[in-house]
Design a protein around this ligand. Structure first.
Ligand code: HAM
Length: 465
């Protein structure tokens, strides 16, 4: 999909003028109508009520990254289009159909990144990361763009969290990445399955492709339209076909594992041994080839356990890409990585938590701060500011004036104590601490609030031990 920038600009200007006019002047049946805007097809808003899921995913990933010694990298969202054509491969769906391509003002072809592995490798080569002690382990979290046909769990803008390990050829590195993917879901209490395969070296794959084609040629009359095209364009993708009519042919197809050299097989066996030792369950899937061209040897995908509907698609995937750094202009450097789709994982988490009555635990509030009257409101804001760094988690609602309403909120939040500040307390420089369970109230000096609260709150007791 190529968008011509200048032409587009003109159209956009025209459109926005038209829209402006529409917004102010549309009159239907004597009534003015206002134009409203929805997000573009395939793009979606992440609303405040979803924040808890996104936050727990981000925190889980960031803790795992720190423990496994991956450093954060951020690369631009816009890149030269050829970066992705070269790395992901011309015949792939991502490059052929899904890139958000357009011409920049200087006529160069740029593209919203459909994934970040190519960008991280670009950074490794051009920012001199190959000079650092190897391997370089990096992780990222950010939006990706694919002009795909939107459906449940498939968007045109989506977020990935990814891990790349560049500079080492060791089955332990492959196992480590699979372990991170597995632990990410385990720490979120989500059961997943790892599907794994090895696609060997390009030479081994080429020999296998010929064998696969020989086999498929004899079955051509049973194949779907798309598979017939795949035979010409990208034979390995024949193994990805989901059409009912092709399943029988696919099941009988030769398996790549039989075409791997002893060295490739033993590398793969070592990865599996590490996974056994780590207790990471996996399913060997000989038809797994992945949709991007840069992979060599180990490839894997993560699936929800017995998922249905949107949850049937992969939550994440990755593998080894030992030839990509050199392909991108660097020295020959082995590498491996994986990325997990956050939007899809959030859908799975919501469904699974609902079905299993699990809750995303939020840090509870320690205190509710209630205030009464104009002068109290100003002082309350001041005290809240003073307590900001105290580590006491305080809930408040400065826009409610009734004490009853505020104490009702405090009850709903199940806080053990409330602070109450009225006109009298403002005048006297004091504040009331109310025990929400017993209703017993104590008056303390405003200057001593922090200490008084810390003495009462259990969490500070535990910290002092
Ligand atoms: P991928 O399999 O293309 O791999 O994407 C990884 C994950 O991103 C998918 O499993 C899925 O959860 C999510 N994803 C992909 N497309 C969409 C979409 N249209 N809507 C929602 N989620 C989507 C890669 O991107 C590789 N860069 C992974 C990798 C890293 N390999 C080595 N290092």
């Amino acid at each position: 999909m190529i968008l011509k920038n200048k032409k587009n600009k003109k159209e956009n200007t025209k459109k926005s003028k038209a829209e402006k006019t529409k917004k102010t002047e549309d009159v239907k049946g004597g009534e003015k109508t206002k134009k409203t805007w929805s997000a573009l097809r395939g793009m979606h808003d992440i609303l405040p009520k979803e924040e808890k899921y996104w936050k727990s995913m981000y925190n889980t990933a960031s803790k795992l990254a720190e423990y496994m010694q991956f450093s954060r990298i951020e690369t631009p969202i816009l890149e030269e289009a050829s970066l992705f054509v070269r790395s992901i491969g011309k015949g792939t769906d991502v490059v052929e159909k899904e890139m958000y391509l357009f011409e920049d003002n200087d006529g160069s072809k740029v593209c919203l990144r459909p994934e970040a592995t190519a960008s991280v490798v670009r950074a490794y080569v051009t920012d001199g990361l190959w000079n650092n002690p190897q391997p370089v382990k990096m992780w990222y979290w950010g939006p990706m763009f694919r002009h795909d046909r939107p459906q449940a769990g498939r968007y045109r803008q989506f977020t990935q969290v990814g891990f790349e390990n560049i500079g080492v050829l060791d089955p332990a590195a492959d196992a480590e990445l699979i372990l991170i993917a597995f632990n990410f879901y385990k720490d979120l209490n989500l059961p997943v399955e790892i599907h794994i395969n090895s696609i060997g070296t390009p030479e081994e794959r080429e020999r296998y492709k010929n064998e696969l084609l020989n086999y498929y040629r004899t079955k051509k009359s049973y194949l779907c339209e798309e598979c017939r095209k795949r035979m010409v364009k990208n034979p390995l993708r024949l193994l990805d076909c989901k059409e009912e009519q092709c399943q029988g042919v696919k099941e009988e197809a030769p398996q790549i594992i039989d075409w791997l050299s002893e060295a490739s097989k033993s590398y793969f066996m070592k990865v599996l041994e590490y996974l056994d030792e780590l207790g990471v369950p996996y399913i060997l899937r000989p038809s797994l080839v992945r949709g991007l061209d840069y992979y060599t040897h180990t490839v894997f995908e993560v699936y929800p356990v017995s998922g249905e509907g949107a949850a049937q698609s992969a939550l994440g995937g990755g593998g080894r890409y030992d030839l990509l750094v050199e392909e991108m202009g660097g020295k020959s450097t082995p590498a491996a990585g994986m990325a997990l789709g956050v939007d899809r994982s959030v859908i799975y988490m919501k469904d699974y938590y609902q079905q299993n009555q699990l809750r995303v635990e939020k840090d509870p509030y320690d205190i509710f701060f209630a205030q009464l009257g104009d002068r109290a409101k100003g002082r309350a804001m001041k005290i809240l500011e003073e307590l900001r760094k105290s580590n006491i988690k305080i809930a408040f609602n400065l826009y409610k004036n009734s004490l009853k309403t505020q104490l009702d909120i405090a009850n709903d939040l199940k806080v053990p104590y409330a602070l109450i500040l009225g006109q009298k307390e403002v005048q006297e420089g004091t504040i009331i601490i109310r025990d929400m369970e017993s209703g017993i109230q104590e008056i303390v000096d405003q200057k001593k609030i922090e200490n008084a609260l810390k003495k009462k709150l259990k969490k500070f007791d535990e910290l002092a031990k």
